[in-house]
Ligand binder design. Structure first.
Ligand code: PHE
Length: 456
């Protein structure tokens, strides 16, 4: 039963804004360009788009169906639909993903907060080398980055304690449109820089020789899951607050389109700007890519300091609406399954997450043994966390969700929920086909190709 500690969205638009708030975040603006740079440019973009629309979109809809049908969190939804089986473990994996992803996400979110100040007061340096050296020195400062991480987690906790509607909907409704406007202005400026054409070529003209490169495939799949907040039950939780009268399928498609558009837009800012800088190599930017490239773009704008600072304010807010949903999965779980109060759940989970975030914060130069991993292990502790959770845990969760909906819960009941109250949906037949075959098969094939070298 829905407990009074739960809640419900104010309206369908409220849901769209909240789900978009979860999806749009560092994944789009920090993660996507970083991954495109490491994945060889346009070929990564192509594989990414395939993953979003043919693999992830059907699973996105499935998560919402499970949530609205059961009115439960990630674990509870499986327990309700398949009692006395082990399916609840899919939800448990999601609860762990929430804590795991939040632990490194909050570190980067902390960096964005610091950059609000740094870009406003200046002093980042003017040459590309100076700007990167500044980033290196800043991220290597242990106490500062740990403190920023804790601060970000505490703000997230405060928002969650405000409850569902008040906390999430309001923030996103006002700030998301502003973020989009600012991104459009930045893209317009970036595209008129000298060297922009070179950047566009890199971003849009694929090198097909890498299309079956397993590193590109796994990274693109993981990035698609991460960016859409998919595979860990965040959308089961958000779906459980969805009104039965709302058109679930259409709302899902809007959120997916918006999330993808914002990621693509970020690429139109970073690559033209990057290629306008002497000696720029997108593949070596790593997690610092946006922090080192964007200040150079702000420098070319009148009122650049103000612009840059406003950009990082909006990015931090976008990150906040995502950390809220990351924390909401384990919080909803503890409320539903252990009957904890919201407050107790938030306090305990923030404590666990903060502890786990410390090595990610210290692995960027502050502590050498956490900072120098091989490239295959993500380069440092934070990179390793991103690989484990984004590239493996989320797609495994997504795979199991697709199998559950297609073969255990069953397509007839799923379609009944998708089209409840005569809701319109473009093609339930196509959705059924994708969730039964394409989504699980694609994830399985990409995984098999990733682990194949270990056996051959
Ligand atoms: N989608 C968010 C982003 O792009 C991150 C996230 C992942 C949020 C998983 C919730 C669940 O920043």
């Amino acid at each position: 039963m829905a407990s009074p500690e739960r809640g419900m969205w104010g309206s369908r638009m409220g849901f769209i804004f909240a789900a978009a708030g979860s999806a749009v975040g560092l994944g789009n603006i920090w993660g996507f360009p970083t991954q495109v740079g490491q994945g060889g440019g346009a070929v990564f973009v192509l594989v990414y788009l395939f993953c979003v629309f043919f693999v992830c979109a059907p699973i996105f809809i499935s998560e919402l169906i499970l949530g609205r049908r059961t009115q439960r969190g990630a674990v509870g939804a499986f327990a309700a639909l398949a009692p006395k089986t082990k399916w609840w473990m899919v939800g448990a994996l999601g609860v762990m993903c929430g804590v795991g992803i939040l632990s490194f996400y909050a570190v980067i979110a902390g960096w964005t907060v610091a950059y609000i100040y740094f870009t406003a007061v200046g002093g980042l340096g003017s040459s590309a080398d100076e700007v990167s050296a500044f980033f290196g020195t800043f991220t290597a400062s242990g106490p500062l980055t740990v403190g920023l991480t804790l601060g970000f987690l505490l703000v997230t906790a405060a928002c969650i304690l405000g409850g569902v509607r008040a906390g999430i909907e309001r923030v996103t409704k006002t700030l998301m449109p502003l973020l989009i406007v600012l991104l459009l202005i930045l893209a317009a400026r970036a595209l008129t820089l000298p060297g922009a054409a070179e950047g566009l070529k890199y971003y849009l003209r694929p090198d097909f020789s890498r299309i079956f490169d397993v590193n590109v495939l796994t990274a693109a799949l993981g990035q698609a899951f991460f960016s859409l907040s998919l595979g860990m039950g965040a959308l089961i939780v958000y779906g459980s607050y969805l009104n039965p009268k709302d058109n679930l399928g259409v709302a899902a498609l809007w959120v997916i389109l918006l999330d993808t558009a914002i990621a693509l837009l970020a690429g139109f800012i970073i690559f033209p700007t990057g290629f306008s800088i002497e000696g720029f190599d997108p593949s070596t930017g790593g997690p610092g890519l946006i922090f080192t490239v964007l200040p150079q773009l702000f420098a070319t704008l009148p009122g650049g300091a103000l612009f840059g600072s406003a950009f990082f304010v909006l990015l931090a807010m976008a990150a906040l609406t995502s950390t809220i949903s990351l924390l909401e999965v384990p919080v909803a779980h503890c409320i539903d399954e252990y009957e904890w109060t919201r407050k107790k759940a938030v306090v305990v989970l923030i404590g666990v997450t903060f502890t786990l975030s410390i090595p990610s914060a210290l692995g960027n130069g502050a502590v050498a043994s956490l900072s120098n991993f091989s490239a295959a292990l993500g380069g440092n502790f934070l990179g390793l966390m991103a690989i484990v959770w984004n590239n493996y845990a989320l797609p495994i969760g997504g795979f199991l969700i697709s199998i559950f909906v297609a073969y255990r819960f069953g397509l007839p009941k799923a379609i009944e929920e998708l089209t409840a109250e005569n809701a319109w949906f473009p093609s339930t037949g196509l959705w059924g086909f994708l969730i039964r075959t394409v989504s699980p098969a694609a994830i399985l094939l990409i995984f098999l190709s990733a682990i194949w070298p270990l056996f051959s």
